[in-house]
Design a protein around this ligand. Structure first.
Ligand code: GAP
Length: 435
């Protein structure tokens, strides 16, 4: 039943232009997905909302954008060369590889029943060579987490801003992990966007900041439209935490295939800055402007995968109901993140005065709200259903009455109810609804 719902979501996402298998015309590539026009808009809206929630609305937060390829020394210092790995087993018969900790029977292949080989450690970083001269290339890695961009720029940010502790450095960008067994749609992929920040503070204050960001993470869950009832916290026990963390809380989501990690909140201590200080030989200590005291700040890190956010949003928003005696499917997306906010339709396509009036209203609205779509294709019922599946909160129809009294119908996605509104008042009304 739940798996069936996931299949329906994957199918809707493809059919309506949200998410496609990557490089599909060549058969795809396991663990990679492309975003279509509506998926890209949804992703942009979520990133904008996150940036606003965690960066712009805090005085002491600095947003940066760093490279996705970083030299080997970074990953040696960060501990990822040694510690960023999963236990892997390979089937002797079909040669498929599996994450050992996800298998029910560690001896038998879940795909073909063949005998599984010994458990090995598999590093998830993608190596690359930079430079063009044979024999003089440098080994580097696609970043496995964006956090290292913040640590290696800690001194730059301190030197070029007015930052004083406590403060955060934030970033949104791609991360790459050569996952052994990518699966479950956007849940476990090999290339994904991360939205995360490092919050630098005094060691004595880390618990206070940990609690503050924990609350902010819950308010984010609500703001982005993830069903709170499907989210729970998990205190990650020692031995299961990442190599850099002294305390981690996972925010788990009840995906349709089980409860798994959605977000993480970690206390990274002074691990990263200390290691980079040692590896680079650069002094990364902070100097207290009041008393000149020098120390290595400690770090609290909230982290958010964009793909998992999108998956949790889609699972939360996907709704089936009955409207006008017909079954229908719609995405109950919050207007703030919906890829299309308003769709404008002339009742029919072959009446030039209706089409002209609809185009005029569409043009006016586009100047106020940037996500407006025009559609005159097919019958009006089908156009509503299409917008319902895209998650468009409102549809405007220009009909014969519009030509007489300059009113239009505005249809609400969730209730399907229509009300008449003055065309000249639409922009203000939508602006209020979207604010
Ligand atoms: N800087 C901390 C860090 O990278 P992480 O728990 O390894 O922590 C952060 O990853 C977030 O990235 C996770 O909470 C999850 O949302 C997302 N994530 C991790 N691996 C992923 C994968 N293979 N596919 C999609 N999202 C992933």
């Amino acid at each position: 039943m739940a798996e069936n719902k996931l299949e329906k979501i994957v199918s809707l996402a493809k059919r309506r232009g949200f998410i496609y298998p990557a490089s599909e015309i060549y058969g795809g590539l396991a663990g990679f997905w492309d975003f279509g026009p509506y998926g890209a808009e949804l992703a942009h809206n979520i990133k904008d909302l996150w940036w606003h929630h965690f960066v712009k609305s805090h005085e002491n937060m600095y947003g940066i954008a760093t490279t996705t390829i970083m030299p080997e020394a970074v990953w040696r210092a960060s501990g990822h060369l040694e510690g960023f790995s999963d236990p892997m087993v390979e089937c002797n018969k079909c040669k498929k590889r599996f994450k050992a900790d996800r298998l029910e029977d560690e001896a038998k292949c879940p795909e073909c029943g063949g005998k599984l080989g010994d458990k090995k450690t598999f590093n998830l970083l993608f190596p690359v060579e930079t430079g063009s001269v044979a024999g003089a290339t440098s080994k580097a890695y696609l970043r496995g987490e964006v956090a290292q961009g913040m640590f290696v720029n800690f001194k730059n940010v301190l030197d070029t801003t007015r930052a004083t502790i406590p403060f955060g450095i934030a970033q949104i960008g791609k991360a790459y992990r050569n996952e052994i067994a990518p699966r479950d749609f956007l849940f476990r992929v090999r290339e994904f966007d991360l939205m995360e920040f490092e919050y630098f503070c005094r060691e004595s204050e880390w618990e206070e900041h940990f609690e503050k960001w924990r609350k902010e993470m819950w308010s984010w869950v609500e703001k982005v439209g993830i069903d709170k009832a499907m989210v729970n916290e998990l205190e990650v026990p020692e031995g299961e935490r990442a190599h850099y963390s002294k305390r981690t809380i996972d925010f788990e989501f009840d995906y349709l295939f089980g409860k798994r990690e959605l977000y993480g909140l970690a206390y990274r201590t002074d691990y990263d800055l200390s290691r980079h200080m040692k590896e680079s030989g650069i002094d990364l200590r902070y100097t207290d402007p009041q008393n000149g005291e020098k120390f290595i700040p400690h770090v609290v890190e909230p982290t958010f995968g964009l793909g998992r956010t999108i998956l949790a949003v889609l699972v939360s928003a996907y709704t089936e109901d009955e409207l006008g005696g017909e079954p229908r499917t719609y995405l109950k997306l919050l207007p703030k993140i919906a890829p299309v906010k308003v769709a404008v339709f002339p009742l029919v396509k072959n009446k030039p005065n209706l089409v002209e009036k609809a185009r005029e209203i569409y043009k006016n609205l586009r100047e106020q709200i940037d996500a407006v779509e025009f559609d005159d294709n097919g019958n009006i019922g089908k156009r509503y259903r299409r917008q319902d599946e895209i998650g468009t909160p409102w549809c405007i129809t220009i009909d014969y009455q519009t030509l007489e009294d300059d009113t239009v119908t505005v249809r609400d996605r969730d209730s399907g109810e229509q009300v008449r509104k003055k065309a000249g008042e639409l922009d203000r009304w939508f602006k209020d609804m979207l604010s």
